[in-house]
Structures are given as C-alpha cells and as structure tokens.
Design a protein. Structure first.
Length: 332
C-alpha cells in the first residue's frame, strides 16, 4: 500500500495544474506540418498545436517576405523544450515548413506610385497620362499584408525637359528594416489618348467600328487637331488616303459623299402639291445637305440642288401650288 500511494503521489506531481483542478488531461502539444506567419518572428504557437501559455513565445526568425523555409523537427523540439514544453507529438515529421505572408506590389503599381509622385510635384494634369519607362529591370516588391498600399516618397528628382527621373521610396514601416529603401531611375513621358487607324482607308471610304482603336501616344508627337478617344469617327469618310497606325485628325475626315461627280443621280423637284423626278448627272460631289450642281439629262441644263440621300438631289420650291409643269420646264 505504501508503494502504491507513493506512485499515485508522483503521478499527481507530474500532472498539470489544470488536470488537478478539472480532472481532465490537456491535449498533447503536436507539431504542425506547415505554418504561415505574418511577422518577422516565428512563435511556438505557429509551429506547435496546443502550445498553451507558451504559444506567443518567439523562437525563430521568419523567412523574408513571400519566401518559404523549412525547420528540422529536432530544432523545433530543442527550442520549445527550453520553454518548458517537454512532451510533443512529432507525428513522424522530419521538418516544419514556414511561409512568410506577403502582398505583392506589381510593377504596374510601382509605375503608378512614381507617376502620382511626379504629377503631384510637377503639376502634370493627370498621373494617368504619364508613361513610366525604367532604365534597369524592375521586379515586383513583396510587402507586409497589413502595410499601407502607398510607398513613402523619400527623394525625387525630375527634369520636365528630358522626362528623366530619379526617385526613392521608403518601404512601409511594418516591413522589416532589412529591406531598406527602393530607388528607381528612368524617364516619364506625358501621353494623350488618340484614335488610331487599323487599316488603310481610300479617299471617300467610310470609317467602321473595326477600323479604329484608342491608343496612348506621346503628347509631343500629337497634332492639336488629333481626334480624342471620345471624338466621333465612325460613319465619317476619309478625305484622302489614310494609312494604318496613323492618328486620325479632324481634317482627315468628312461626312460621307452621297453624290459623286459624274455619277448618275435622281433629281427630285418638290413644290406644294407636286413632286417630280427626273434623271440627272452630278457635276459636283457632295455630302448630305450640301448644295451641288446637277445637269438635267433631258434638257442638258445645269441647276443647283441639295443632296438628300445616296444618288439623290432635291430642288425644293416654297411657291404656292401651280399647274404641274413639264419636266423640261422644271429644270431649265
């Protein structure tokens, strides 16, 4: 009986306080197969389930942002043993994989930050109009997920004449100081949106939806009358032969010609109560609403009328109703 009592007493001494109070045994700490950490320190609770009050104790440095590393299981056991965790279920694992959480700042985001910084200090109208070109290869930047989306500007040089810039940013304060600052060198070009032709258009050919696209071009290379992206071009006709890749100017386009010179046309005479049609020949080319000369085929005389549709010229009279004239009388 003495030996049995002593054994019970020793077991009680080795039982955690929680078990003595509640009568239950807490779950055994166990290694995790992998872990993702949000800071530059790896804590016991990141690597071990059921770590209890020791879960927040740091034991290793984390990999760099966005990187993954492996910690041998024996090193984890040695590290946590120093903090009183003796019994651990390793689950047969040889190592624990640790990944440092991060947010990727893309090259496009970096270009946007540079454009906004230059536009703010050098009075450009809109940073979206600035095209950034780097002198050296630029890679995406890994930043802490909780960090501000904006880099902190620390230094900026920009020459508006040449477009050259030299800019430095401090990484957000929540990022490890080992990362330092970021420096970028290159040029920035102010651009405008222009309407660009995708194929050759002959004179008089009408612009269709598939014939144009919107493209950014350097502002210095664009004439003042180049059509903006929202300017109407569809349905207009080429005033002269136009080449693909060419920015469209307002002077390049005209309303489509509905009547071509020397083309056979229908002459329509309209007066109150009467409408006469006759065959004619266009002396001039014209768009809808233009005043053109046409020749009456029968009388061989030339009169003026308004282009009213494809191959049609209308001569209108506001005179009071009169006896219906002969066609040769209507068109002298």
């Amino acid at each position: 009986m003495i030996r049995l009592s002593s054994l019970v007493f020793l077991i009680a001494l080795g039982t955690p306080a929680l078990a003595q109070i509640t009568g239950s045994i807490p779950p055994t700490p166990a290694l995790k197969r992998d872990a993702t950490v949000a800071s530059d320190l790896v804590r016991i609770g990141d690597l071990v389930d059921n770590a209890g009050t020791q879960a927040d104790v740091p034991i290793f440095r984390a990999p760099d942002l966005g990187q993954t590393g492996a910690v041998p299981a024996y090193r984890v056991i040695d590290a946590i043993r120093a903090h009183g965790i003796i019994l651990v279920d390793t689950k047969g694992l040889a190592e624990v994989t640790v990944t440092r959480a991060s947010r990727v700042m893309t090259i496009k985001e970096i270009e946007g930050q540079i454009a906004r910084a230059i536009a703010a200090q050098y009075n450009y109208s809109d940073p979206k109009n600035l095209q950034v070109r780097f002198e050296r290869e630029v890679r995406p930047v890994q930043v802490d997920p909780s960090a501000s989306r904006d880099l902190q500007l620390s230094r900026l040089f920009h020459d508006p004449r040449t477009g050259r810039f030299d800019i430095s940013f401090d990484l957000p304060s929540s990022v490890s100081e080992r990362r330092g600052s970021l420096r970028y060198v290159g040029t920035v070009v102010e651009t405008v949106e222009a309407t660009i032709l995708t194929r050759t258009l002959a004179r008089g050919e009408v612009v269709k939806a598939g014939d144009v696209l919107t493209e950014r071009r350097p502002k210095a290379e664009i004439a003042a009358d180049v059509l903006a992206a929202d300017a109407p071009a569809i349905g207009l006709a080429a005033r002269q032969t136009l080449r693909p890749g060419q920015p469209l100017r307002s002077s390049d386009l005209m309303r489509p010609e509905l009547v071509q010179r020397n083309e056979a046309v229908t002459i329509i005479y309209e007066a109150p109560g009467i409408t006469l049609t006759m065959r004619g020949k266009a002396v001039d080319s014209g768009s809808e609403g233009d005043l053109v000369n046409v020749m009456n085929i029968q009388s061989k005389r030339t009169v003026q009328g308004v282009v009213s549709g494809p191959g049609r010229v209308t001569i209108a009279s506001n005179a009071a109703a009169a006896p219906v004239p002969r066609a040769t009388d209507v068109v002298p």
